[in-house]
Ligand binder design. Structure first.
Ligand code: WQD
Length: 340
């Protein structure tokens, strides 16, 4: 019998790519989204890629009655929770918005997992490591105090999951700590759709390349790195999505070694901002307009993953090259602009 995975926030950037990989691996998927931070582009794209009109429930995960109805009406084997706000800066200026939504929705997921006995996959972030003392970071590297409400919700939700798994039989959980997800599906039918001015590097690059933004600011050139710019672990969105399929299979096939597990999802290859910009220019044959600007508050100098636990236990590995990923990001931006 096919297993059913509920994907909250399934119309968003990561959720839509995960949905495609789940369908292509033989799972049934129910997408739940309130479209508060995205439109229907990615949902339509997922249906086109998979050739299916996927079940879509428009609902707010903070509404416990709606969440309960969804779980009672459907036999859900696992839930992947993406429904959350994600703008780091906004979370500092309006922390209650983040605490109410990101914690409230996840508490409802956990409540239903307790009532119905279901597996929970939580989308966590490398942000929990703060500025790491040792690189690369392993899952045992210490978490640092969060510097934003957004980061704090990631840590708190990890702890909620850990405690619920320990307390309630029938609840199992995996937290995936993503490094920097970038790129788009090779079909260019789904991708990242930032609202307003992008906060993240790659959407800002592609929007500058297409002419929507005048100039990319590279934040800081005096960091203690080889070229003075920050280093990150940029992980392809399709590779990242595949890690979710591996994690869901591990939960549903009863292969977990502990009822709560954490995995880093990254490439293990650090790239500086300048290296990423140069790679984008080279692979896409574009001269990007950029300048150095002052450091951005809150940025860590360098972070990249040791992904060996995920490689070994999930049987997952990042496969796509940075060049492929940056070409896909550019193809997506061009499609959005209607140029291709
Ligand atoms: C990457 C690098 C910037 C924009 C954030 C969140 C994290 C996670 C992913 C989100 C940094 C530099 C950026 C620009 C630049 N979760 N940069 N010019 O900050 O590593 O991680 O997104 O949901 O929790 O904190 O990603 O893409 O913003 O920045 O120079 O216009 O690019 O300074 O060094 P970050 P990012």
């Amino acid at each position: 019998m096919k297993k059913t995975v509920l994907v909250s926030g399934g119309a968003g950037f990561i959720g839509s790519h995960v949905t495609v990989e789940l369908i292509q691996s033989g799972y049934d998927v129910i997408i739940a989204d309130d479209f508060s931070n995205c439109d229907r582009t990615n949902y339509n794209g997922v249906c086109q890629i998979t050739g299916r009109q996927l079940p879509l429930v428009e609902m707010d995960f903070c509404d416990i009655a709606a969440v309960r109805k969804l779980f009672i009406d459907n036999k859900i084997d696992a839930v992947i929770h993406f429904a959350a706000f994600k703008a780091v800066g906004e979370s500092v200026s309006d922390p209650l918005k983040y605490y109410t939504n990101n914690l409230g929705s996840f508490l409802n997921v956990l409540q239903m997992a307790r009532e119905q006995g279901c597996n929970v996959l939580f989308s966590s972030s490398a942000t929990v490591y703060g500025e790491p003392e040792e690189l690369p970071v392993t899952e045992n590297s210490p978490r640092q105090p969060a510097t934003s409400a957004y980061g704090n919700t990631k840590q708190m939700c990890e702890d909620f999951l850990r405690d619920c798994v320990a307390a309630y039989p029938g609840v199992r959980g995996i937290a995936l700590r993503y490094f920097n997800p970038i790129g788009a599906h090779p079909s260019a039918l789904i991708g990242e759709l930032p609202r307003g001015v992008p906060n993240n590097l790659v959407p800002f690059i592609t929007q500058t390349a297409i002419g929507k933004r005048e100039c990319l600011s590279i934040f800081g050139n005096d960091y203690p790195t080889e070229d003075g710019t920050c280093k990150r672990d940029y992980i392809d969105i399709v590779d990242l999505a595949k890690a979710h399929v591996c994690a869901v299979a591990r939960m549903l096939d009863d292969r977990m070694e502990q009822p709560y597990e954490i995995f880093n999802i990254g490439t293990g290859r650090p790239l500086s901002v300048l290296e990423l910009v140069n790679a984008f220019e080279k692979v896409n044959g574009i001269k990007l307009n950029w300048k150095f600007a002052p450091r951005r508050a809150g940025d860590v100098v360098a972070i990249w993953a040791d992904p060996s636990l995920a490689n070994e236990k999930l049987g997952w590995k990042a496969e796509r090259s940075t060049e492929e990923t940056l070409a896909a990001a550019w193809a997506w931006e061009k499609r959005l602009a209607g140029k291709q």
